[in-house]
Design a protein around this ligand. Sequence first.
Ligand code: NAD
Ligand code: DAU
Length: 331
Amino acid sequence: MRLLVTGGAGFIGANFVHYTLRRHPEHQITVLDALTYAGNEASLAPVRDSIEFVRGSVADAAVVDELVGRSDAVVHFAAESHNDNSLRDPSPFLTTNIIGTYTILEAVRKHGVRLHHISTDEVYGDLELDDPAKFTPETPYNPSSPYSSTKAGSDLLVRAWVRSFGIEATISNCSNNYGPYQHIEKFIPRQITNVLAGLRPKLYGQGENVRDWIHVDDHNSAVHAILDKGRSGETYLIGSDGERNNREVLSMILELLGQPGDAFDQVTDRAGHDLRYAIDASKLRDELGWKPQFTDFRDGLAATVDWYRDNEAWWGPLKKQVEAKYAAQGQ
Ligand code: NAD
Ligand code: DAU
């Protein structure tokens, strides 16, 4: 299978490339990545000789057309992915998430190539803390931020191209991922690297917001299950029952790094901060027989802490700039 992986130098995309080559060394992989601030070629260094890497934008129709034309399937990870950045400057979110997805759709339509579109549970908005409900494929879209609204828009484009033009495509909406190679602007790696760099972790507001954590390899095994057995036009929700509030996750990080439980700062809350996400993944489990492998969050988190401890060369050069950006807005 010739796979085109967009955004393959980012967190989940790079892990997808590693995961795929471990299990399917016969697959030919081309990565298309613009290497924005979030992309890092070093994340692909261990497999660099086994893949083709093309630096370019998913919004560049000529590049996309050429690459899609010589692929059997496209797995579309490329996106602007950080909520806080979307509050500072929404513009690249529209270009990459909306126009980029439109550009991919036109190319797969022209060449008759299968698409799997990677999306997020944030398209559904948020849930109350005491609500027993979880997101299902039937939950109405209700995104809160510029990031999640552009992801919602991209999902709707995919659905429209399936219905109006008959393209072969699936969509997955996953909850919060953790694991190696995640950019240090994100919650878990930011707090781990703060401690490792001698800075205090930063908790937004009261830290009561709940995220449904899943290990990135479980996300990617689900993507493979969908590529293998998913039905065209369908949406699959990916999650592994990992609900925890931010305070609990931070306490675990502090404990794993041998810090006192109160060694953190509470900082300005995120504007429009979604309260809780929770995924009902029963369609994926029941129809496709998928199950997560990382069922103990503490073990997965401990391995992630070890990875950042062992890979300072990967994140160290970014730290000062990332923290300066947060400090400028009191976070
Ligand atoms: P990331 O920010 O770590 O990586 C994004 C990658 O896309 C980077 O390598 C970047 O260089 C590349 N990119 C950005 N704009 C591009 C463009 N115009 N053309 C080509 N490449 C471009 O993001 P991530 O956390 O790995 O997320 C990947 C996908 O998964 C996104 O679509 C995101 O919405 C989705 N998702 C993420 C999570 C999560 O917890 N991180 C959860 C669910 C869904
Ligand atoms: O749910 C899936 C989404 O998960 C993906 O679509 C996004 O791409 C991904 O970034 C993630 O979005 P979140 O906004 O939930 O992730 P983030 O890591 O930015 O924040 C997680 C929680 O931690 C959130 O409640 C905000 C809080 N937070 C974040 C940072 C960076 C803090 O308390 N302190 C921080 O320093």
